[in-house]
Design a protein around this ligand. Structure first.
Ligand code: GLN
Length: 303
């Protein structure tokens, strides 16, 4: 388990440590791995991949997407962002056997500061187990959490806020993000970029599982909806450069700041460069969609 800066920087050319050099087209490449889309693909997880790809493309960052299906051999040696999507209990049961086989690869990737987003069924599988009336689905134990099925299903639009989540929307906060960051920061418990997500996170949730994250940091506080378990007003989990969340729908197109958070972390780990060095994107349409959900479901007057 290493967050050694030297190790990270030799993965690609070290030129990006130079804060004066501005990004040039073709200088940067991110490898995105979509894990088991043949099984874990509920509610538009592919839309999240599309969003990551397009936000790279618009900035001149080359994004390569690799789909790793159930029978494919997994290698995360050159992975920069991994997505594990949602699935039904039945699909989770099938995929969990495979996940146990690739667990060492995934654990090393996560502990090395790799960026990973796991959604709904995938989020539950990050933890120790998911208990259902049909039996226990064994998880990856990458994050200290567990899930138990309850009734009724927790189905709702959902609005979150996380004012303390480090990292940022590169567009909105470019002035406060340093051009280069210490590479060692990428693997710290929560990243060291001292800025907050400026906008609410919106999505849709539909899960029978109730997830308990112990002392881990949640992805956000629930302003509207159910969240992890309908009781503690927490949603999702943050661990190193991992985000686990029940939000799908898909999540990233309506929350470009979350998409940029993933890109920021991946770029920082691989190149030591900030997303703020790249051209700002016009997110007015995306944020109008985000604000429409916030306004509809969360009254600004509510506590
Ligand atoms: N099968 C899990 C549950 O119902 C996750 C569902 C999902 O991914 N939407 O809790």
């Amino acid at each position: 388990m290493s967050n050694d800066a030297g190790k990270e920087m030799h993965r690609d050319e070290p030129m990006l440590n130079d804060p004066i050099k501005k990004p040039q087209a073709g200088d940067y490449k991110l490898n995105i791995v979509h894990l088991y889309p043949d099984l874990l693909n509920l509610y538009g997880d592919r839309g999240n991949i599309q969003c990551l790809r397009m936000r790279c493309k618009w900035r001149g960052i080359d994004a390569q997407v690799t789909e790793c299906n159930l029978d494919d051999k997994l290698s995360l040696a050159s992975a920069d962002i991994v997505l594990l999507g949602g699935g039904s209990d039945r699909e989770q049961q099938i995929v969990c056997t495979r996940l146990q086989q690739v667990r060492p690869e995934l654990r090393d990737y996560v502990e090395d500061g790799g960026t990973l987003i796991a959604i709904c069924g995938g989020y539950q599988l990050l933890g120790h187990y998911y208990d259902t009336p049909e039996g226990r689905i064994k998880g990856l134990s990458l994050v200290d959490l567990y899930t138990e099925q309850g009734s009724p299903r927790l189905i709702s639009n959902i609005v979150l806020r996380n004012e303390s989540l480090p990292d940022s929307n590169a567009n909105a906060l470019s002035s406060v993000i340093p051009d280069t960051l210490p590479a060692a920061a990428a693997g710290s418990q929560s990243s060291a970029i001292p800025t907050a997500l400026p906008y609410e996170i919106v999505g849709f949730e539909n899960h029978g599982g109730r997830t308990y994250i112990g002392n881990n940091m949640p992805f956000g506080k629930v302003l509207y909806g159910h969240g992890n378990n309908g009781k503690d007003a927490c949603e999702g989990v943050l661990y190193r450069n991992v985000i686990g969340t029940y939000l799908h729908g898909p999540l990233l197109p309506k929350n470009p700041h979350v998409c940029d958070l993933l890109l920021q972390r991946a770029l920082n780990r691989k190149y030591g460069v900030s997303l703020a060095s790249f051209p700002a994107l016009d997110d007015s349409l995306e944020m109008a969609a985000n604000r429409a959900v916030v306004t509809r479901f969360h009254s600004p007057l509510a506590p």
